[in-house]
Design a protein around this ligand. Structure first.
Ligand code: SF4
Length: 488
């Protein structure tokens, strides 16, 4: 599961930060899917009430891509034609038909709808329209719901963007990763730098309320200068948000072979790139919400337009929208449709079994398409109260404005600093500070940059053991599983 090395935070206790690998694990959710296990006798019909009322998230997974990127650890398959995609949509429609009465009985109303993947825009216009229609027909969305769509340069066309506009999409995210041709090749991305420029230009011309672009640092051969060149180009397109991801190459990803054959990942260089890139984006009027997310502030944009240097903090975010990852207070539920997405129904989390390689993803996809009763939940986890506390802390502490102590107390009846003495240690070490009359716990700029090293320290022994067990069992599979699946 590790990228740049094998440093475990536990082994490293007591070492100076300079000796540590800051890139242990991305904690975007907790627990990781590799800690999920088969479940027996669990039925969504018995948990429908966890979707009662408004404020829930809806996620639609499109598991198809044109080619597999070298670092990809997401659920996606390549080489599928329109006919397979049609059959997939038939299955999701069947799933929706089975979920609809459960959600109706619960009175569920969804406040955001995300279409992710994979590459959602690989679907034809007709298929994309079908996605929106089936959801509209079966589930209730709030009138001012957010609709979020992931896209990629090669699949972005005028016609598809027009359709997204007509469907009321409020946020579009585009994976650019780099504007340097060689870096895109190293990453085995399917698009060229020029295609990325054209795709982003087209996207900006449609004037969506929020456009965000993703970039990667820590790419072998990348330098601070080449990263800044890419970011400068990105800033000129005036996106509302920029996400900066460190490169992680997990077991089973295509770049693993390059690493075996001598390519090296250098955490110290990646960390330096992060620091320079973060300083640059803040000087351009972006404020930093997390280790990865930089949001353009109104103040920053006005200052830039009037020739005054941007400021680091204090501006109001350019857009009111925040992706679910950043706005979810952790108590609402989220329903996933399709194969590869994950649902959260209170302390019950479920999804199809975790897969990275093309062959394992194709196997799971076949199983999904054969499934008769989608309300039967066969893989997931029930979180204990202790794990729910950990999840709450992880989901709040790694993002700004941080963890509200009063809310934690209200929810769990304890003081978070008593439950997690580790947080006081972080404070002593300068990674965490108390704000707003000590009621909020927020990472310092240094702590924010070390989120992928600090976050994993919050994983419980039990979850860590399950993740390691998964690694041990599945680590063997990978070498032989890089072939294209021929058919579904
Ligand atoms: S990184 Fe994204 S675009 Fe690339 S193969 Fe994975 S899901 Fe597809």
């Amino acid at each position: 599961m590790t990228v740049f090395g094998t440093n475990s935070p536990v082994e490293e206790e007591g070492q100076a930060m300079t000796q540590r690998n800051p890139y242990v694990q991305y904690m975007y959710s907790y627990p990781h899917k590799t800690a999920y296990r088969p479940l027996v006798g669990v039925d969504l019909r018995d948990y429908g009430d966890r979707f009662a009322g408004p404020g829930h998230g809806l996620y639609f997974h499109v598991p198809f891509c044109q080619s597999k990127c070298g670092y990809c650890n997401l659920f996606s398959v390549t080489g599928m034609g329109e006919e397979v995609m049609d059959r997939y949509l038939d299955c999701v429609e069947r799933q929706l038909g089975q979920y609809a009465p459960i959600m109706e009985e619960a009175g569920a109303v969804f406040s955001d709808f995300t279409v992710g993947g994979g590459t959602p825009l690989i679907l034809s216009e007709k298929q994309l329209e079908r996605v929106f229609h089936m959801v509209d027909r079966c589930l209730k969305l709030e009138p001012d719901r957010q609709i979020i769509m992931e896209t990629a340069p090669n699949q972005t066309t005028k016609e598809k963007l027009r359709l997204l506009k007509e469907q009321g999409v409020t946020r579009v995210s585009m994976g650019i990763q780099s504007f340097q041709g060689q870096e895109l090749k190293t990453l085995k991305r399917g698009h060229s730098a020029d295609r990325a420029r054209r795709g982003l230009e087209l996207l900006k011309s449609f004037d969506f309320p929020c456009v965000n672009v993703d970039f990667i640092y820590g790419i072998p051969g990348q330098t601070v200068d080449s990263l800044l060149l890419s970011l400068k180009e990105a800033v000129n397109f005036r996106p509302e948000e920029i996400f900066l991801y460190p490169l992680y190459v997990k077991h089973g990803a295509a770049m693993e072979r390059d690493l075996r054959e001598g390519m090296i990942l250098e955490p110290e260089r990646a960390y330096e790139q992060y620091r320079e890139a973060s300083a640059y984006l803040m000087s351009e009027g972006f404020c930093q919400d997390s280790m990865r997310r930089f949001v353009k502030t109104r103040r920053g944009r006005e200052d830039r337009d009037s020739g005054i240097g941007g400021e680091q903090r204090g501006g109001e975010p350019m857009t009111q929208e925040k992706s679910r990852e950043f706005s979810d207070c952790g108590s609402s539920s989220s329903l996933a449709l399709g194969c590869g997405g994950r649902s959260y129904a209170g302390n019950l989390h479920f999804c199809t079994p975790y897969a990275i390689t093309r062959e394992r993803c194709a196997e799971e996809l076949r199983a999904y398409m054969r499934q008769e009763d989608y309300a039967r939940i066969s893989h997931g986890i029930f979180l204990s109260r202790e794990e729910e506390k950990r999840r709450y802390v992880i989901r709040h502490i790694l993002i700004r404005p941080g963890l509200p102590r009063d809310q934690y107390q209200e929810r769990f009846g304890e003081d978070v600093l008593e439950d997690f003495p580790l947080l006081s240690q972080w404070e002593e070490q300068g990674y965490l500070e108390k704000c707003h009359g000590a009621r909020n716990l927020t990472l310092t700029p240094e702590g924010l940059g070390l989120s992928d090293w600090l976050g994993p320290q919050l994983i419980s022994g039990e979850i860590r053991r399950k993740m390691e067990e998964w690694d041990h069992v599945h680590g063997e599979d990978h070498g032989s599983l890089q072939r294209e699946p021929k058919e579904l």
